[in-house]
Design a protein around this ligand. Structure first.
Ligand SMILES: NC(=O)c1ccc[n+]([C@@H]2O[C@H](COP(=O)([O-])OP(=O)(O)OC[C@H]3O[C@@H](n4cnc5c(N)ncnc54)[C@H](O)[C@@H]3O)[C@@H](O)[C@H]2O)c1
Length: 270
């Protein structure tokens, strides 16, 4: 998996899709937002990082970038209202916001750290989704399809020692996804989860550092241990994840719903 997946133009993606990506000013969310823009979509992202938001605005002045903390229900309500007004409706919600949370034995995790992880990673998806669904239903009725794509993790299908709040939140995301798919599938809304594995970037370096500290090993050892549990070896990229997000909204993904889809090179343990 050494080579980076090239940006992929998938045939048949309806031009002008109206897309919201939470936490989309950097990282995987930014790769997803960029990919939708490359397919002719109109995109609004949220983020809490002002520098990342202004970087997004400079790169994409005709698209939207608004400050909103995914874990704050009132802020998400304002964000979703403004985004949907600006887009004139909504075809695609990408629930991307998620933090790594603490790395520590369960008895050393504070209730505040636990709650913050769940608040952003799981409650955040609830906040965005409840404000998106009326517009998504209208879009599906008008155009035949709409989509919710939730960023879970391979930690949403595997146990993850020392990362219990994160794993619990991501298993929750998979449960939310499968339940929403059953609820919204009959209305034409395709709800899926993407489960990235070890994704290249600054976040994963922080994760390796946290794990090294928790286990009393070096970050290099933590990284080697992590990558030894990937069948294809190596890391994936944000672009790999973005490519799958696009496929889901293309004719290639027309019958894919309710699925936890790993983009990970087959991570078999954490
Ligand atoms: N990076 C990985 O290795 C990896 C692996 C599996 C799953 N994921 C999941 O993919 C998603 C994106 O991960 P990433 O690595 O791109 O994240 P990241 O840490 O790189 O952050 C991406 C953006 O999220 C923003 N953000 C952080 N907290 C926020 C909040 N409360 N509200 C709004 N924006 C916020 C940051 O400012 C940043 O711009 C997350 O749900 C994450 O759990 C990531």
């Amino acid at each position: 998996m050494a080579e980076i997946a090239a940006p992929l133009i998938v045939p048949g993606v309806r031009p002008g899709l109206r897309v919201v990506v939470s936490a989309g000013a950097a990282g995987i969310g930014r790769a997803i937002a960029d990919a939708f823009i490359a397919h002719g979509a109109k995109v609004v992202v949220s983020d809490v990082d002002e520098a990342a938001l202004s970087g997004f605005r400079s790169a994409h002045p005709e698209h939207g970038a608004l400050h909103a903390d995914a874990g704050d229900g009132a802020a998400v309500e304002r964000f979703m209202g403004e985004a949907i007004d600006r887009l004139g409706g909504l075809d695609v919600l990408v629930n991307n916001a998620g933090i790594a949370g603490p790395t520590a034995p369960i008895e050393a995790i504070t209730p505040e750290d636990w709650q913050r992880t769940i608040a952003i990673n799981l409650d955040g998806m609830f906040h965005h989704t409840r404000h998106a669904v009326p517009s998504l239903k209208a879009a599906a009725a008008a155009h035949g399809a709409a989509w919710i794509t939730n960023l879970a993790s391979v930690a949403g299908r595997l146990g993850f020692p020392y990362r219990t709040p994160y794993a619990a939140s991501k298993w929750g995301v998979v449960g939310l996804t499968e339940s929403l798919s059953l609820e919204l599938g009959p209305r034409g809304i395709r709800v899926n989860a993407l489960l990235p594995g070890v994704v290249e970037g600054p976040r994963i370096e922080r994760v390796f550092q946290g794990r090294a500290q928790a286990l009393g090993i070096t970050p290099e050892e933590a990284k080697a241990q992590g990558l030894a549990k990937v069948a294809l070896g190596g890391m994936v990229t944000g672009q790999d994840v973005a490519n799958m997000a696009i496929v889901l909204c293309s004719p290639l993904g027309h019958h894919i719903a309710g699925q936890p889809i790993s983009v990970c090179g087959h991570v078999f343990a954490l």
